[in-house]
Design a binder for this molecule. Sequence first.
Ligand SMILES: Nc1ncnc2c1ncn2[C@@H]1O[C@H](COP(=O)(O)OP(=O)(O)OP(=O)(O)O)[C@@H](O)[C@H]1O
Ligand SMILES: [Mg+2]
Length: 311
Amino acid sequence: MEPILEVSRLSISFTQYDRGVHQRRLPVIRDLSLTIAPGQVAAVVGSSGSGKSLLAHAILGILPYNAHLEGQLRYRGAPLTPRRMEALRGHEIVLVPQNAGYLDPLMKVGPQIRKGRRDKAARSRSLGVLARYGLGPETEDLYPFELSGGMARRVLISTAVAESPRLVIADEPTPGLDARAAGRILGHFREIADGGAGVLLITHDLELALTIADRVAVFYAGETVEEAAAADFARLERLRHPYTRALWHALPQNGFQSIPGGQPYPGAQPPGCAFAPRCPDARPECGGAVPWRPFQGGMVRCLYPKGGTAV
Ligand SMILES: Nc1ncnc2c1ncn2[C@@H]1O[C@H](COP(=O)(O)OP(=O)(O)OP(=O)(O)O)[C@@H](O)[C@H]1O
Ligand SMILES: [Mg+2]
């Protein structure tokens, strides 16, 4: 089946000025590739600052003006040009933003969901979508400041999916929700995918991602270090990259074990593998080039991967 979205070799850097004179490029995402097929939930999992929101904003064409983008984005088989994106954004391709500040504070919920439409069909659709997320018809008449955090989340999702999108990009859609509410919302994303759309679920929460994802891409310091089937996470031996293995050990059911150290900041990455300084298996060669490559039924960026599923 033709992919809905193909991201190939995406790199993003920011232009910064030191003391107003010297210009420098701060790389934040490097050599990132990702594909989403119709009916699939692809999760991108990484800790804070790893570049997840920037990936979402790059796909939607809403990066800040000082961002520089390299690589290719394709949507349903053709390049996703800024013009094409403009036409698709908010209808076929939608973002569930990380921050409820994306709601218009001066507009009631109903009109925001209907995006300016006033006809009867639009009204019944917006009521339907609110009901689907457990919100009553009275919600339409509320302003964003009248919503609780959990309600605002559900309104954001309603606004995004009201027009049956083909690609949903959900950036950390469940913060601040209890496990049951989060599970319910993720269940809706699974349904949207089962209806034929592609879903890109961005989160720092691997445990939550695994409840609905088909595939998982693991981010570390602006790079994908592994792409694996969600099923691979059932067994440690199948995981390919040492960072993915560390995430596995940190899952509650595997004892919450964390590893020392932290992710390097943009511009402060070591040469070669960014994880090498924390890696139990690092060798001197890890300071050189480490390509992104297929390995045993998945993809990995490691010179000495383990595991995998293929024989
Ligand atoms: N406009 C900008 N100018 C310079 N650097 C930026 C800009 N926007 C983001 N960054 C940097 O890019 C890196 C990635 O940011 P991003 O928001 O994508 O992280 P994230 O993975 O979404 O984190 P979180 O989980 O906290 O949402 C961060 O180090 C951030 O400081
Ligand atoms: Mg983010």
